[in-house]
Design a protein around this ligand. Structure first.
Ligand code: SAH
Ligand code: SF4
Ligand code: F3S
Length: 450
């Protein structure tokens, strides 16, 4: 049996793509392995978003080269594939920098992986085209999606924020057709998925052709997918503030399946920096938008991305970001030091913020965000929340799942309950998970089965 090791870096879209590559390799007779030493094919699904992420790939490729040599001595071939956004951004250059690499394939052409693997027997190959055919039409159905599954509905980005490589690595914004998304969602639900997260680099810019010949919005798509039997929960990510339209906000008010959680990156609280970033919105527009979302769904948990140390950012700009965070209150967040990326407009700027200042600002910002996260989690203690049970817990006799607010929750219970939503009274907040007990009938079922 041939074995494939697939490792993903970066965003959820890469996780989704990696799972599709595993299915594709499965059709070619490969089984997935978690042990790289025994893999005949190794795929690194890479991320180019920050320098650190991209450089990690090269150190990994260095290790793989050694491993490949060892396996060759034992008479075993190893094919090394670099997929994802570094592949798209650097293409053939990867072959020069990393001698062990056999295949370089971009995010829009990985459906050709079987042909590329075959071609690599004769020599190293690179495919970073944006092909005319739809890669989704060439991918096999997913067999074991798990209780919570990602589903790509939109790809690429036309926003061109001054710091970001995504418009270059993923290409122009494209939405999939509603029928195809619905068919994939139905297959996922039939295979046991209970929660679907619709993903896209700019998911709320979705405008896929609907069955009625009109382009549908994300709000309309969510309504349609919520009607699929077996789909208990819906989420979507990642959104841009400019594309939060009325229909989407209304979906948060009207759709019980749509979870009260919104990841809405703002990046900065300073209007000057937001303008320099080419975000095309200011801080007050973001505040007002959040007010509207909270009016539609008062308990919504908010999440965001922040960049500190964008070129030209002053202490006063940073203070504006801190004020925005304090005003809004986030349940969770991701924050990064600005990293200049080749080919992006901001990388040309000459007023770089010193590394030490970036570090200070990041520490201050993360301390506030962490306090808000802990406060949010502690506020859940004593409440009863519906938890979708997703997998066995850390210890035998425990099951792990998620609250509507995307908090990890551990309960005592039987793994037979995985895939169901049970009411859980939260008793304690740890640093990364909540702990609680199933109540009512769910508790009885859990004990009876245990
Ligand atoms: N499409 C999403 C996010 C894309 S990348 C959006 O529009 O928000 C994920 C996050 O990485 C971004 O939100 C941003 O906070 C961060 N990021 C992107 N480019 C970066 C860079 N050059 N340096 C530091 N962080 C960056
Ligand atoms: Fe990057 Fe901006 Fe597009 Fe998000 S909206 S993917 S940050 S260019
Ligand atoms: Fe990284 Fe590409 Fe995603 S650069 S964040 S893997 S779109």
């Amino acid at each position: 049996m041939k074995k494939a090791f697939v490792k993903s870096y970066g965003c959820q879209m890469n996780v989704y793509d990696a799972s599709r590559m595993v299915d594709l390799l499965g059709r070619e007779g490969f089984v997935e392995t978690g042990t790289v030493e025994e893999a005949d094919v190794v795929v690194l699904n890479t991320c180019h978003i920050r320098e650190k992420a991209a450089e990690k790939v090269y150190s990994e490729l260095g290790r793989l080269r050694v491993l490949k040599g060892e396996r060759a001595e034992a008479g075993q071939d190893t094919t090394v594939v670099v997929a994802g956004c570094v592949a798209q951004a650097e293409g053939r250059e990867i072959l020069n920098r990393a001698p062990g690499v056999d295949v370089v394939v971009g995010p829009q052409s990985y459906h050709r992986l079987p042909q590329l693997l075959a071609a690599s027997k004769a020599g190293r190959v690179v495919d970073t085209e944006f092909p005319v055919e739809d890669k989704f039409d060439h991918l096999p159905a997913r067999r074991t999606p798990g209780v919570s599954a990602f589903l790509t509905v939109q790809e690429g980005c036309d926003k061109f924020c001054a710091f970001c490589v995504v418009p270059y690595t993923r290409g122009a914004e494209v939405s999939r057709a509603v029928d195809k998304i619905v068919a994939e969602a139905e297959r996922l639900a039939a295979a046991g998925a209970r929660e679907l997260t619709l993903i896209g680099q700019n998911v709320n810019a979705f405008h896929g052709p609907g069955p009625d010949g009109r382009d549908w919005t994300l709000g309309e798509l969510l309504r349609r997918v919520a009607a699929i039997p077996g789909v208990l929960r819906l989420r979507y990510t990642t959104s841009h503030p400019r594309d939060m339209d009325e229909a989407l906000i209304a979906a948060h008010r009207d759709l019980p399946a749509l979870m009260p959680y919104l990841h809405l990156p703002v990046q900065s609280g300073s209007d000057r920096i937001l303008a320099a970033m080419n975000r095309k919105h200011d801080a007050d527009t973001y505040r007002r938008l959040i007010d509207r979302v909270r009016t539609a769904r008062p308990d919504i948990a908010l999440s965001s991305d922040f960049i500190v140390g964008f070129p030209g950012e002053t202490d006063a700009d940073h203070a504006e970001t801190m004020r925005l965070i304090a005003d809004i209150g986030f349940a969770s967040a991701f924050s990064f030091k600005y990293s200049p990326r080749p080919g992006t407009p901001a990388a040309e700027s000459e007023d770089a913020v010193p590394e030490a200042v970036k570090s200070e600002r990041l520490a201050e910002l993360q301390a506030l965000l962490e306090r808000q996260r802990q406060d949010f989690n502690h506020a859940t203690v004593g409440r009863t929340v519906p938890v979708l049970l997703e997998k066995p817990g850390r210890h035998p006799g425990q099951v792990a799942g998620k609250s509507p607010y995307l908090q990890a929750v551990q309960i005592d219970g039987d793994v037979a309950a995985i895939g169901t939503v049970v009411p859980v009274r939260i008793t304690r907040a740890g640093s990364n998970s909540l702990f609680g007990e199933a109540i009512g009938e769910a508790a009885a079922a859990a004990t009876a089965a245990a």
